[in-house]
Design a protein around this ligand. Structure first.
Ligand SMILES: C[S@@+](CC[C@H](N)C(=O)[O-])C[C@H]1O[C@@H](n2cnc3c(N)ncnc32)[C@H](O)[C@@H]1O
Length: 450
């Protein structure tokens, strides 16, 4: 056998790559004599010049600096937007890739077979579908304060945004008003390298059905003129969070109300919800309704069942099922979200749903003791999915049916495989496109005790 003369590219090197597939998370895959390079900003068929950003023994990562020969599939981007990397793929192709990635994760990572994989439910709106945007403040090369998004792959460089085509026009106006006020006040952006400067993030959230707009400014420790900000921004609720966290997060810190309402009102599935500034709410309202319709179909409730809503947030899934269930028990780690879930049950006159604050890993056993075993368990964890221990706790709780809402098929796959190993059967999986123009994939899986 001949010795290979192939040497792995150095970090910082510029190399030309032909991309032949898309990986989970959306990067292109190119191969150099079998050595895999994940390339951001590239789609299958592209020949790109890319700079190597990471080099490992088994693979490298690179960022496209120039498309030398575009893929025949490429279409012109609609918006200069780092949050919409798949806009260069026709929407039908985005759907096909997501559908295939769900199948691939379940069969290749989970080694699962024999399940029905439905066609992907397409999004109602391909643009301006997000009800929540989190912007970052930064400083341009000429020293000007800007507000936009992190440059792809960068934790400190911010690129400004004009019209954010994932947000509504009204939400864009609110961002421009806050930025103009910050300029007037002579405020400086937080520097993510030196941890100096005040302005960190801006969160704009919208009740798509109620028309309400909630604006939250996130700063480091320091002072701002709250009353003058309140007169500068046209919204229904304005709050200010101060945090000294080193990480780039809009969670945590101290939040105070500057004007209007503290919570945002929204309507979903014919119910009315109140959402605390820090609480999770599905970011695509129209598609959340479709997602919950799929959950309802797969849960197939007859009216007597005890339903667990694990990772319940403000209670949206459980409350949308309550009329068809005997009782609903929700578990969620965020205390404000649980307080919202309890008041959301009340405001909708739902009296068969109870919600508790706790970590599913630690509190699920207690819930089983308190509530009794569930007939149906709806599980909607964050992207990381469930740890093996949490899956064991679910198996112990022994629901007849599990409806698993996943925003990451690569973590659904091992969780589902562990459940199948324990005697559940994966019956059906329904992908739902909640995030057009991005590689994010949502799906709902039905598992039943065999
Ligand atoms: C993907 S969201 C789903 C929320 C809700 N089901 C919905 O559709 O709006 C996941 C939720 O899990 C919560 N969470 C994260 N880790 C948790 C844990 N260890 N135990 C309980 N809840 C957790 C988060 O606060 C968040 O509200």
């Amino acid at each position: 056998m001949e010795a290979s003369t192939f040497t792995r590219p150095e970090k910082g090197a510029e190399i030309d790559l032909r991309v032949d597939a898309l990986a989970y998370g959306g990067n292109g895959i190119a191969r150099m004599e079998g050595y895999v390079v994940f390339v951001s900003g590239a789609i299958p068929g592209d020949l790109v010049r890319a700079v190597v950003t990471k080099r490992k023994r088994a693979y490298a990562e690179a960022r496209t600096v120039e498309v030398l020969e575009p893929s025949p599939e490429r279409i012109a981007p609609l918006a200069d937007h780092p949050g919409a990397p798949w806009q260069v793929l026709p929407y039908e192709r985005q759907l096909a890739v997501k559908h295939e990635q769900v199948r691939d994760a379940l069969t290749r990572i989970g080694r699962l077979e024999g399940f029905q994989l439905d066609g992907i439910v397409p999004a109602v709106e391909q643009w301006r579908y997000r009800n929540k945007l989190e912007y970052s403040f930064g400083t341009a090369a000429d020293g000007t304060l800007i507000c936009g998004f992190h440059a792809p792959g960068s934790w400190h460089d911010i690129v400004p945004i004009g019209d954010c085509r994932l947000a509504s026009e009204r939400s864009n106006v609110a961002r421009e008003q806050v930025l103009a006020w910050c300029h007037e006040q002579g405020l400086a952006a937080f520097d993510r390298r030196t941890h100096t400067g005040l302005l960190r993030n801006l969160v704009v959230r919208e009740g798509r059905r109620t028309g309400q707009l909630q604006v939250r400014l996130v700063t480091g420790p320091g002072d701002i003129d709250g009353p003058s900000l309140a007169t500068a921004v046209d919204c229904d609720g304005l709050s200010w969070t101060t945090t000294d966290a080193l990480a780039e997060t809009t969670q945590g810190g101290e939040t105070i109300k500057l004007a209007g309402n503290r919570t945002l009102e929204e309507e979903l599935c014919g119910l009315s919800f109140s959402i605390a500034p820090n609480a999770f709410f599905q970011t695509n309202t129209e598609m959340a309704e479709q997602l919950y319709a799929v959950v309802g179909e797969l849960a197939d409730l007859q009216g007597w069942e005890r339903v667990y809503d694990l990772y319940c947030g403000i209670g949206t899934v459980g409350l949308s099922l309550a009329a068809r269930a005997g009782e609903v028990w929700g578990l969620e780690i965020g205390e404000q979200a649980v307080a919202n879930a309890i008041s959301n049950a009340k405001r909708n006159g739902i009296d068969n749903a109870r919600f508790f604050a706790g970590d599913v890993r630690l509190a699920l056993r207690e819930l089983v003791e308190e509530a009794g075993r569930p007939d149906v368990c709806v599980i909607d964890p964050p992207r990381a999915g469930l740890s093996q221990k949490v899956v064991r706790r679910v198996i112990e709780a022994a629901p007849r049916r599990i409806v698993y809402i996943s925003c990451n098929p690569t973590t659904l796959a091992p969780n589902a495989a562990q459940l199948v190993e324990a005697g559940y059967v994966l019956r059906r999986v329904v992908p739902v496109d909640m995030f057009p123009q991005t590689p994010h994939i949502e799906c709902v899986a039905l598992l039943e005790r065999g």
